[in-house]
Ligand binder design. Structure first.
Ligand code: G3P
Length: 221
């Protein structure tokens, strides 16, 4: 499973990139507005750091507006992917963009029917939002399973991005189900490598190493 970071924060992107396991970035209008900078300039800085897919979202609600915004966004770099909402206008825009070989990520996906139509329109990626479904007592991960099953039934190549991930178990479950990608906030990426037994084991090894050094030094005196 590929790992994307879900943020527009440059420090977090640089840090996650330095771990050597980052395959891409997803942003959205909320994440870009948190940074407070010109969004196009911020995206330019992001694509300098990460060479994999970087999702940038359109804010128009009609097909023409979406396609126009997409054409401007792809001028930033060849790895920009256009995030389009799962609406009928979004489908029409996706169809047109896919015919122009512009990659799309269909976002705010909350049902298998949205995911199937997104794929039919030529979406490169589909983003089911797990956490937001969990928030309303629906099973977010069940949606990822359903999409995996449907896409496999018809050998659909659209890649599933498990999105709106809130904690490490979401990440692990997405991997178990076979999501192609998980897009994960920085605080959760950091938690993925935390384990108290790893910390405890390192402490123990270092203490024993120190004891040996002290023993050898005292024997030499
Ligand atoms: O990848 C989608 C993400 O940005 C939404 O996450 O936590 O706002 O539901 P969240």
């Amino acid at each position: 499973m590929k790992l994307f970071i879900d943020t527009a924060n440059l420090d977090d992107i640089k840090k996650a990139h330095s771990y050597g396991v980052l395959d891409g970035v997803t942003t959205n209008p909320t994440l870009l507005s948190k940074e407070g900078n010109d969004p196009l300039e911020q995206l330019k800085k992001i694509v300098e750091i990460v060479k994999g897919p970087v999702s940038a979202e359109v804010t128009s609600l009609d097909k023409e507006g979406m396609v126009k915004e997409a054409k401007d966004l792809v001028k930033i770099a060849s790895n920009i992917v256009i995030k389009v909402p799962c609406t009928t206008e979004g489908l029409a825009a996706t169809k047109e963009l896919s015919q122009k070989n512009i990659k799309t990520n269909l976002t705010l996906c909350f049902s298998p029917s949205q995911a199937l139509l997104a794929a039919k329109s030529g979406a490169s990626f589909i983003s089911p939002f797990i956490g937001r479904l969990d928030d309303i007592s629906a099973e977010g991960m069940g949606l990822v399973s359903d999409i995996r099953l449907i896409y496999d039934n018809f050998s659909i190549k659209t890649e599933i991005i498990a999105a709106s991930i809130r904690h490490p178990l979401h990440f692990i479950d997405a991997a178990r189900i076979g999501a192609d990608i998980a897009t994960v906030p920085f605080n959760v990426i950091d938690k993925l490598m935390n384990h108290p037994l790893t910390e405890k084991g390192i402490d123990r090894f270092l203490q024993d190493w120190q004891k040996l050094k002290e023993k050898l030094e005292s024997g030499l005196k």
